[in-house]
Design a protein around this ligand. Structure first.
Ligand SMILES: [Cu+2]
Length: 228
């Protein structure tokens, strides 16, 4: 249904996010079509005509209220259904991040993404840790845990192909994660208007095969255990 409309999903939880998108599209789409059909029907059916005159109706309070309350209750039921489905996806993606097999510190600043890797002894914040600009290298098939922080304003870390979007807030360290099965290069964008260079705040996630990633780590002196 979304073929071609959304960027290809490559992350482990992307399918769950897409099913929430689809559910919302179906529910909202259904009510949109019903409302538009009724709108046109009423406009045509009750148009001004010589043979019929307008009537003054005092109405009945209960019946009038029912016309509002019954549809409101129906819409609320659908809404709760969307909430329940959304909550399942939310819990999976945001609430209990799995233990990371690779950990990277992401520092956003106007208008770059800095990715810091642990040094040989596994420390993320030492003077030997390795920092790359706008390039996030990760292995395929592993849980990658990213810790997001900002040096200046609020940014938002967005990888459309992963269905991952997380605000990056100065003064806070927010954890996010992803797991991607297929090697490839995927675009990172900032999705929070953060200043005049916001449009240029982009980077790339390069998902390597495990062997390639090990080579890359050796080359860059990135530490942190076999994968972490
Ligand atoms: Cu930004």
């Amino acid at each position: 249904m979304f073929g071609g409309l959304l960027p290809e999903n490559v992350s482990s939880f992307g399918g769950d996010i897409d099913s929430v998108f689809r559910l919302i599209l179906y529910v909202v789409g259904f009510f949109f079509i019903v409302a538009e059909i009724l709108l046109v029907y009423f406009a045509v059916h009750y148009r001004r005509s010589r043979s019929r005159h307008a009537v003054y109706s005092r109405g009945e309070k209960a019946r009038e209220a029912a016309w509002v309350l019954v549809p409101a209750a129906i819409v609320l039921m659908f809404d709760l259904g969307i909430d329940a489905a959304g909550h399942r996806a939310w819990a999976l993606v945001k609430q209990n991040p799995p233990r990371g097999e690779v950990e990277v510190l992401v520092t956003a600043k106007q208008f770059n993404w800095n990715f810091t890797y642990p040094d040989k002894s596994g420390k993320l914040d030492s003077s030997n840790s390795v920092t790359l600009e706008n390039e996030l290298h990760v292995p395929a098939g592993k849980v990658v845990r990213i810790v997001l922080t900002s040096e200046d304003v609020i940014h938002s870390f967005w990888v459309p192909n992963f269905r991952l979007k997380q605000d990056v807030v100065p003064g806070r360290k927010i954890v996010a994660w992803f797991k991607v099965a297929r090697p490839g290069t995927y675009e990172i964008a900032c999705s929070e208007l953060c200043g005049f260079g916001h449009y240029s705040m982009r980077g790339e996630v390069i998902v390597h095969t495990e062997a390639e990633y090990a080579r890359w780590r050796a080359e860059k002196s990135v530490g942190g255990g076999a994968t972490r």
